[in-house]
Design a protein around this ligand. Structure first.
Ligand SMILES: [Fe+2]
Ligand SMILES: [Fe+2]
Length: 334
């Protein structure tokens, strides 16, 4: 099984990277919330502003922290951040409840508040997994990351669409198309996630047979005993990553690069006042950075896929017709 422990060096590097990215995101969420409240809700505005200050301080500390501080100090910092993000996540949840029960007004769209609550939840999970030192198998990581991020990308398309002035027909149409495209990819990611959960936590193929978890554990124990007797390190279990994951990752990378470019263009147009909208230009930049983060994660997953990745195809032309009386193209036969 490909689950393995994270090394100290990796732990420190990844913790700093994640904190520097997500603490800025959390700080900006606090700002967006504060700006979207009704001016009569002074208590909510003050709470959001306090979170803004707190995440600004944490971000500064994360930027100043040296990798030489060592894993112990970084682990304690991660724990402190987890506590702060939990508080912010709870605040977002409370605000969402008040909005959807019509107890407060303002301009914070309910889906946007739910979206930033999910992002806080994700950040908590990332830091918790890092502190626990466990990396999950690539199949599970692909399914989990895509189910989270593709929904985030579809949401972004809808926020942009709703905050653009209705006169910006061309951009509104482009945002609609992105929303549809990411909805489709999300549905496919959920299907793949469901397929792999059937062989939880990882799909394993031995001699062409798919194994369930109890069988896998039994085989691994047998293999361990056998190896001790044989005094060799060579594993008996053969793992194979299904090529469909490489193809899916390839498709998602293409779509995410396009939406990243669209967001970057929108951010520039907004900053130059060449597009009409009620979008804070910082929000456009914020969502572009999140697309870049997703691309970074996809790049890492693609690397972990290794040789399988080379089998992925970018389909631009229809395949040639199959010769008559032959098995379907690509069918390996029995
Ligand atoms: Fe965000
Ligand atoms: Fe987002």
């Amino acid at each position: 099984m490909q689950t393995h422990r994270v090394t100290d060096r990796d732990f420190v590097r990844r913790s700093l990277e994640e904190n520097r990215f997500w603490l800025r995101i959390m700080k900006e969420h606090s700002l967006f919330l504060s700006e979207g409240f009704n001016r009569r809700d002074g208590d909510l505005i003050r709470t959001a502003n306090r979170f803004f200050e707190e995440f600004d301080r944490l971000l500064r500390r994360a930027r100043e922290l040296s990798p030489l501080a060592g894993p112990g100090a970084i682990r304690r910092f991660n724990q402190e951040v987890i506590r702060a993000v939990r508080d912010l996540r709870n605040f977002k949840q409370e605000v969402l409840l008040r909005i959807i029960t019509c107890r407060i007004a303002g301009f914070n769209l309910p889906l946007l508040v739910d979206h930033i609550r999910r992002e806080a939840e994700y950040f908590i999970t990332v830091l918790t997994r890092l502190n626990e030192g466990i990396d999950e198998p690539v199949e599970a990581a692909i399914a989990r990351e895509n189910v989270f991020w593709l929904r985030i990308m579809a949401d972004h398309s809808r926020f942009i669409r709703n905050l653009l002035d209705p006169s910006e027909r061309r951009l509104v149409e482009a945002a609609d198309q992105f929303a549809d495209q990411f909805d489709q990819l999300l549905a496919q990611a959920r299907d793949l996630d469901s397929m792999f959960q059937g062989f939880s936590p990882v799909l394993v193929i031995v001699g062409g047979h798919l194994l369930d978890q109890p069988t896998l554990v039994r085989l691994q124990e047998e293999e361990e005993r056998d190896r001790e007797e044989r005094e060799t390190e060579e594993p008996l279990l053969v793992e194979e990553t299904p090529p469909v994951l490489a193809q899916f990752t390839e498709d998602v990378i293409g779509a995410t690069q396009e939406i990243r470019d669209f967001k970057r263009t929108a951010a520039r147009l907004l900053a130059d006042c060449r597009t009409l909208s009620v979008i804070n230009p910082l929000l456009a930049d914020h969502v572009a950075r999140e697309a870049e983060k997703f691309l970074e994660i996809l790049g890492q997953l693609e690397q972990r896929l290794g040789p399988v990745r080379e089998k992925a195809l970018v389909v631009t032309q229809p395949a040639p017709p199959c010769p008559e009386l032959e098995p379907p193209c690509g069918h390996k036969g029995t």
